[in-house]
Design a protein around this ligand. Structure first.
Ligand SMILES: Nc1ncnc2c1ncn2[C@@H]1O[C@H](COP(=O)(O)OP(=O)(O)OP(=O)(O)O)[C@@H](O)[C@H]1O
Length: 259
């Protein structure tokens, strides 16, 4: 379980996160939504330990996040940020191998190489293994970085510990086929004792995939609950200044939104 208590974060005079408390459970696929500048990436950074709150505390299980040694944290938690480019010239396989750095000292083992292949295969990028990373398209880069975080959180069969996965707009550059493929993959990860926290902008994908939705606006948490509880006409109009229209999908019976 991840628990955040009364988090606030400010830069200069800007209060980016204002008294946010939440609980995330392993097994739940949590999506965070909100307009540009709402504070979603900042909250992700606080929950993943990339930034330290000015007030409040984050707990991973019964341990304060700030007390967990970095070497332990690197095997427990992985973050996919919006930054896709890399300052050095690496192959696709080498980028994914970065996810294995916490597990070996000098050289990767046969098992590490196998995990890299497995993770590339899971995101449909195994045939790109030897390509220079810099030569990939935006969507291809996004899939390779996802393989990297999968490699980082790869479990040994005996490992029952809770893992924490943070994805900042992981499907923003993907075509619709891969959007669904990756969200299905992330959903299956959530069911494997993982806390999964994903920022997306597509409210319909949240309606389709999320177990829990967190809606943010101007650094505040507007609501947290099931997509049907939180994504209502009123909240969407308040936060996005657009009145949505809900319809029922003719085949699945699910709620879908049009604008
Ligand atoms: N270093 C900084 N100094 C001042 N303000 C900042 C800084 N970093 C972020 N902000 C501001 O904090 C607010 C929240 O930013 P954040 O990136 O968390 O938003 P977001 O909800 O993830 O937005 P988006 O959907 O556009 O990615 C924004 O208004 C942003 O301009």
């Amino acid at each position: 379980m991840l628990k955040a208590e009364n988090l606030s974060f400010r830069i200069g005079d800007n209060l980016l996160i204002d008294d946010v408390s939440l609980t995330l459970m392993p097994g739940e696929f949590t999506m965070i939504l909100g307009p540009n500048g709402a504070g979603k990436s900042t909250l992700l950074k606080l929950l993943s330990g990339t930034e330290t709150p000015n007030q409040g505390q984050v707990w991973y299980g019964d341990q304060p996040l700030k007390s967990i040694p970095l070497s332990t944290l690197a095997k427990k938690k992985a973050v996919l940020s919006q930054l896709l480019s890399l300052p050095f010239d690496l192959s696709v396989a080498e980028v994914v191998m970065m996810g294995r750095y916490p597990y070996f000292s000098l050289n990767p083992t046969v098992a590490d190489n196998h995990i890299v292949d497995q993770c590339l295969d899971r995101v449909g990028m195994i045939s790109f293994k030897s390509r220079p990373f810099a030569s990939l398209s935006g969507g291809e880069k996004q899939k390779v970085h996802l393989a990297r975080v999968l490699a980082q959180l790869h479990r040994q069969p005996t490992d029952q510990s809770i893992k924490y996965l943070f994805l900042d707009e992981p499907i923003s550059a993907l075509d619709i086929q891969y959007q669904h493929q990756i969200l299905n993959l992330v959903s299956s990860l959530a069911s494997q004792n993982m806390v999964v926290f994903v920022i997306v902008h597509d409210l319909n994908l949240a309606l389709q995939y999320a177990h829990k939705v967190i809606l943010m606006h101007e650094g505040h948490l507007v609501g947290m609950g099931t997509p049907d509880e939180i994504l209502t006409e009123t909240t969407i109009e308040t936060v996005f200044q657009l009145r949505p229209c809900f319809m029922t999908h003719p085949q699945t019976g699910r709620r879908v939104m049009v604008y």
